[in-house]
Design a binder for this molecule. Sequence first.
Ligand SMILES: [Zn+2]
Length: 243
Amino acid sequence: MCTLNIVKGLAVAAIILAAIAMALLWARSNPEDLPWTQLDLADPVGAFTGRKLSRLTGDTPLCRNLLDDAGIAYEALPPRDSGPNCSYSDATRPTAASGPQQVVLAPTDVTISCPVVAALSLWEWHSLQPAAIEHLGSPVARIEHYGGYSCRRMYGAETGRWSEHATADALDIAAFVTEDGRRVSVVSGWNGEADEQAFLRDVRDGACDLFATVLSPDYNAAHADHFHLDMARRGAISGGVCR
Ligand SMILES: [Zn+2]
């Protein structure tokens, strides 16, 4: 009887140890799905990638190190001091397509924060290009945008909350141009050809895994002609808003 209990106890202990070992092995090979691991832009997009990207807001050295490690070419823009609502310290401008970056932003003289650049890169690799190949048959070469930094409140109102654009943490995307010259705009493609509709919805959904806020034509009329993508700090705590 006593021997049987010892054997049972040993079996239970062995099962628990095996489970712990498997959990540790899984954790080692899936750091993107764990909240406490360091973000690495080379990892796949996981359950906590978006929150980790949002956490980069306020840690410019770490963010730029991650861009360096990933081989992303950029120009570090000088900080701007325009009062409590319209200043930034981490503006980072992607430079011409090189290495892992195949997409250029047009116009090129965009002012966006480092976390936005990091999220844009992951979006390009894991969402934009696969969706472009699948639905449009050609990779994206250019993203046309309406701008990043802009000292204004939400919707350009006189009062109310300040926009994420006021700290360079947002980018408004208007259209995509493929390598073979096809232009898919948000305003005409959202309800346009079937392949355009599928492409735009796929990339909107892909952005939702990365950015703190994604607003598309599904949200309201103010976003009928662009995707608003931002890296609001809120995203680090409460997760993303995807509409
Ligand atoms: Zn916007």
